[in-house]
Design a protein around this ligand. Structure first.
Ligand code: TZP
Ligand code: MG
Length: 216
């Protein structure tokens, strides 16, 4: 499978890059209501990660998310639902390793959507590399309660190591809080992706402003 993917990657598939600006602060949210709160503050990279909707409700949510993101010139990545992301003209798609086995990667590339890929260990990075994605997410950097993880935290050292050998934009994810910002940026992260740091903050707007000032 890896060989087939590599051939596709080398001969055919081309995922656009994410432009000259670093992806920077990258909140991951589960609804348009969150996008409406955060994007007007100046968030320029975001992910819609919906787990609770199906059918038409899901399509409508993604459609509206794409519109909201366009109004704020925000690079919106849709988690998992690559076909709806294509149909609705999203900026990009974010896929986990399991999704890579079923998603139509050629269709995503042909539609001109960016591809972000989750990686949790050496082998997953190797597999992702064959696809030449628009960015690679590396995680979990720290322990996270947000997602059931069968992988141990990789720590800052892993990020530093990947930075030395990879020229891809690297998105650090997993258990990241404000006090990690400086260390992760100096370890070479181009972007810091967070869920609970923002969604469970006492004042998510103030929290977002803080992250935006420090991560870009
Ligand atoms: N992928 C790796 S860790 C993670 C995902 C989706 C969860 C990140 O959430 P939090 O709350 O920022 O740890
Ligand atoms: Mg997935």
């Amino acid at each position: 499978w890896l060989t087939a993917t590599a051939e596709e990657g080398n001969n055919r598939l081309r995922f656009p890059d994410c432009g000259p600006d670093r992806l920077g602060f990258y909140p991951i949210v589960d609804s348009c209501a969150w996008l409406e709160r955060l994007l007007p503050l100046g968030v320029k990279t975001c992910q819609l990660r919906v787990k609770a909707l199906r059918g038409q409700a899901l399509v409508h949510e993604i459609r509206r998310a794409v519109q909201i993101a366009r109004q704020s010139s925000c690079r919106l990545f849709i988690n998992d639902y690559w076909q709806i992301a294509i149909d609705e003209g999203a900026y990009g798609v974010h896929l986990g390793q399991e999704d890579l086995q079923t998603a139509d990667l050629a269709a995503i590339a042909q539609a001109g959507l960016r591809l972000g890929v989750s990686t949790h260990c050496y082998w997953e990075v190797a597999r992702a590399l064959a696809l030449r994605p628009s960015y690679m997410a590396v995680g979990p950097i720290f322990t996270t309660q947000t997602k059931d993880m069968r992988f141990a935290p990789q720590g800052i050292e892993a990020l530093r190591r990947w930075r030395r050998s990879l020229s891809y934009p690297l998105v650090a994810i997993g258990g990241i809080k404000k006090h990690h910002i400086a260390t992760l940026l100096s370890a070479g992260a181009d972007s810091l992706a967070v869920i609970t740091a923002v969604t469970e903050a006492e004042d998510p707007e103030a929290e977002t402003r803080h992250w935006l000032q420090r991560v870009h």
